[in-house]
Design a protein around this ligand. Structure first.
Ligand SMILES: *[C@@H]1O[C@H](CO)[C@@H](O)[C@H](O)[C@H]1NC(C)=O
Ligand SMILES: *[C@@H]1O[C@H](CO)[C@@H](O)[C@H](O)[C@H]1NC(C)=O
Ligand SMILES: *[C@@H]1O[C@H](CO)[C@@H](O)[C@H](O)[C@H]1NC(C)=O
Ligand SMILES: *[C@@H]1O[C@H](CO)[C@@H](O)[C@H](O)[C@H]1NC(C)=O
Ligand SMILES: *[C@@H]1O[C@H](CO)[C@@H](O)[C@H](O)[C@H]1NC(C)=O
Ligand SMILES: *[C@@H]1O[C@H](CO)[C@@H](O)[C@H](O)[C@H]1NC(C)=O
Ligand SMILES: *[C@@H]1O[C@H](CO)[C@@H](O)[C@H](O)[C@H]1NC(C)=O
Ligand SMILES: *[C@@H]1O[C@H](CO)[C@@H](O)[C@H](O)[C@H]1NC(C)=O
Ligand SMILES: *[C@@H]1O[C@H](CO)[C@@H](O)[C@H](O)[C@H]1NC(C)=O
Length: 608
């Protein structure tokens, strides 16, 4: 009878003991947690986010590793505010109203690796605020109202790798502001009121690998803007709406693999500035008003793999634009005004893998046949190019055409000039001659005229090509006589006609000035001068020339007289000790021995 209750008591006793033990264990190692904060001893985290705190609370465990004080109402940080938290690795002070941080505010946080002070009201960062943060890797100062970075602000942060200084009102970065940041690899400056690239300050960042400068109001990248950034591999210049000038030496000293200059005001690809970037693999020039990619200008970028030029107003990619780029695999020219993209633009289309050609007014003719043929192999990134012309293909996606349709739809009609009547003009000197040249074909042929010397004529000058393809010879000269060629060219072929001009000169005589130039020069012929006007001019020189000539003559006369007087003065001074010979030493030009032989380098002359 006794055995059972005893056994029960024994069991209860053990349970009680166990409970006591567990309670006392919790009492022995309590993990202090400040009021209103959520603490998690296992992860050594303290979360005081969104607790309406107006001051940094007290009573943290000494081994706290992460502390979240974000989204509170903290106004100031005083000196050694976090002393004692020597194990703290991450501190988040974002979304407060901090306007003041005292010097040495973070002193003692020698283990801190990440510090976020994003979205506060800091206007100034006193030098010395960040002392003691010798292990900090990442610092976020974005979305404050900081106006300047003073000299030595980041002096003691040799381990810092990432600095985000974006979304501030920075007007000035002092030349020595970044001294000490030799470990910095990544710098972001997003939106600031800087008016020039802080080249001198940046040049302290010898270890920088990535630099992003976004939303600045700078209009030019000056030469040597990024000097001494030898490790920089990625440069992103984004949303500089007034940037229209990239100096041809602005990227000098850089060895980039990634370059983006997007949403700026560049009207041409900055070929010269990029020429030395032979390791460049990724180039993005999207959202700039660039209209053309020129022939043979990117060939130095040997390793280029990707070009993005989206939303840029591109009208034309010239043949051989990507010549010399064997690794070129991605072209992204979505949302431009391209009517075509010829195979001849590429080094080899065999390497092209991804092509974004959508949102362009494409003419689906023989020039795009290569795209149509590769439509199943090429990756259009999910955006099929759509035909805008010709009529029968309008609105259709390139991949929708069957194999049998390709040779029917993707065709061209060779350029040809229907009116082949001989054009021979006999013109009097000084009059205007006009020759017509109209061509047909699909796509519409372009017209060029060649001069009698086979040079290409332009739309400028005395002899010019008009917008409608006609050739106009104004103030015809005798030497304009000869045969001119009109060449009509399109993707399918070319056609040409020849026209003849015979210019009759006026009978001349030797006293009449001959008007020599004017032949093939592209400068406009001066219309105000004409032969008869020059004949009637009674004087061979105009008044201005006469005045200049007279003045010059008078001046040279004066100077001769002056020299004479000076000579006489010196001569009179040396009276009494006159030498009658003068010996002049000289080093002969071809002398090899250094003038050891006195006779060859000396002559004597007799003074009278
Ligand atoms: C702290 O708590 C907030 C919610 O109150 C949460 O959004 C935040 O992620 C937490 N912070 C950390 C570091 O876990
Ligand atoms: C910086 O620029 C912004 C927008 O242009 C302007 O609102 C702000 O007042 C400027 N800040 C300073 C300090 O100039
Ligand atoms: C961009 O350049 C054009 C002329 O090239 C100029 O008219 C325009 O004002 C510029 N835009 C900006 C934002 O500077
Ligand atoms: C340029 O960068 C490439 C790629 O990072 C590297 O292989 C090359 O050695 C660098 N050249 C120089 C001169 O620094
Ligand atoms: C082409 O550019 C657009 C716009 O920048 C981008 O959204 C798209 O991802 C790019 N496509 C590829 C394949 O990179
Ligand atoms: C071309 O334009 C010129 C001047 O505008 C005109 O005189 C000429 O007749 C035109 N030629 C043709 C073929 O339309
Ligand atoms: C015109 O076409 C012929 C053959 O069709 C070709 O030999 C010639 O080079 C072409 N000329 C030009 C300027 O394209
Ligand atoms: C040459 O021109 C002058 C007027 O400039 C004229 O008087 C003279 O007769 C001309 N001589 C000949 C040979 O035409
Ligand atoms: C050429 O000179 C004559 C006489 O001086 C003048 O009447 C005529 O307007 C001039 N012609 C031109 C095209 O200047």
């Amino acid at each position: 009878m006794f055995g059972e209750p005893v056994a029960h008591l024994w069991v209860w006793g053990v349970l009680l003991l166990l409970w006591c033990a567990s309670v006392s264990a919790a009492d022995v190692v309590p993990w202090p947690c400040p009021q209103r904060c959520d603490c998690s001893p296992e992860t050594q985290e303290v979360n005081c986010s969104r607790k309406y705190l107006t001051a940094v609370p007290e009573g943290f465990a000494a081994d706290t590793k992460r502390l979240d004080l974000s989204s509170n109402r903290l106004k100031t940080l005083s000196r050694r505010q976090f002393s004692g938290l020597s194990k703290l690795q991450e501190l988040d002070l974002s979304n407060n109203v901090l306007s003041m941080m005292e010097v040495e505010a973070f002193q003692g946080l020698q283990s801190l690796r990440m510090l976020k002070i994003r979205s506060n009201r800091l206007k100034i960062i006193p030098v010395g605020v960040f002392t003691g943060l010798s292990n900090l890797r990442s610092l976020d100062l974005s979305e404050n109202e900081i106006l300047v970075f003073l000299d030595y602000t980041f002096r003691d942060m040799a381990s810092l790798q990432q600095l985000n200084a974006g979304e501030n009102d920075l007007v000035f970065i002092s030349q020595r502001a970044f001294v000490g940041l030799q470990g910095l690899q990544e710098l972001n400056v997003d939106r600031s009121n800087l008016t020039s690239v802080p080249s001198e300050a940046l040049s302290q960042l010898g270890g920088l690998v990535k630099l992003r400068l976004r939303r600045l109001t700078i209009s030019a990248l000056p030469n040597n803007a990024f000097r001494r950034l030898h490790q920089l591999r990625s440069l992103k210049i984004l949303h500089w709406p007034s940037l229209d000038t990239v100096g041809s030496n602005s990227l000098l000293g850089l060895n980039l693999t990634t370059l983006a200059i997007t949403n700026c005001n560049l009207s041409a690809v900055p070929y010269a500035a990029m020429r030395h970037l032979i390791y460049l693999r990724y180039l993005d020039l999207s959202y700039n008003p660039i209209t053309t990619i020129l022939s043979n200008q990117l060939g130095d970028l040997l390793r280029l793999q990707e070009l993005h030029l989206v939303g840029g107003g591109l009208l034309r990619i010239e043949p051989a634009a990507f010549r010399g780029l064997p690794h070129f695999r991605l072209l992204n020219v979505s949302s431009n005004r391209l009517t075509t993209l010829e195979e001849s633009a590429f080094h080899s289309v065999g390497n092209l893998q991804i092509l974004r050609l959508d949102r362009n007014p494409l003419a689906c003719d023989c020039r795009l046949l290569w795209v149509a043929r590769r439509r199943l192999r090429l990756d259009f990134d999910g955006r099929q190019p759509v035909c805008a012309a010709p009529e029968r293909a309008r609105g259709r996606r390139i991949s929708d055409f069957s194999e049998g349709e390709l040779p029917v739809v993707f065709t061209c009609r060779q350029a040809y000039i229907p009116d082949r009547r001989p054009q021979e003009v006999l013109a009097e000197e000084g009059t205007t001659a006009l020759f017509d040249c109209k061509a047909e074909g699909y796509p519409l042929p372009s017209i060029t005229w060649l001069s009698t010397q086979q040079t290409m004529l332009t739309s400028m000058g005395r002899i010019r090509v008009l917008a409608n393809g006609s050739l106009e010879v104004r103030y015809a000269q005798v030497q304009d006589s000869g045969t001119y060629m009109c060449l009509a060219t399109n993707a399918a072929g070319n056609d040409s006609i020849f026209v003849k001009l015979q210019v009759q000169g006026f009978p001349r005589n030797r006293t009449a000035p001959y008007y020599p130039e004017g032949g093939w020069s592209t400068t406009p012929y001066p219309p105000s001068t004409n032969t008869s006007a020059q004949v009637t001019n009674p004087y061979p020189f105009d008044a201005k020339t006469l005045v200049i000539a007279t003045t010059m003559g008078f001046l040279s006369f004066l100077s001769s007289v002056a020299i004479c007087f000076v000579f006489m003065f010196f001569w009179s001074q040396s009276k009494g000790q006159i030498k009658h010979t003068a010996t002049i030493d000289f080093v002969p030009r071809s002398s090899m021995g250094g003038g050891g032989d006195g006779d060859t380098g000396r002559f004597t002359m007799k003074l009278i």
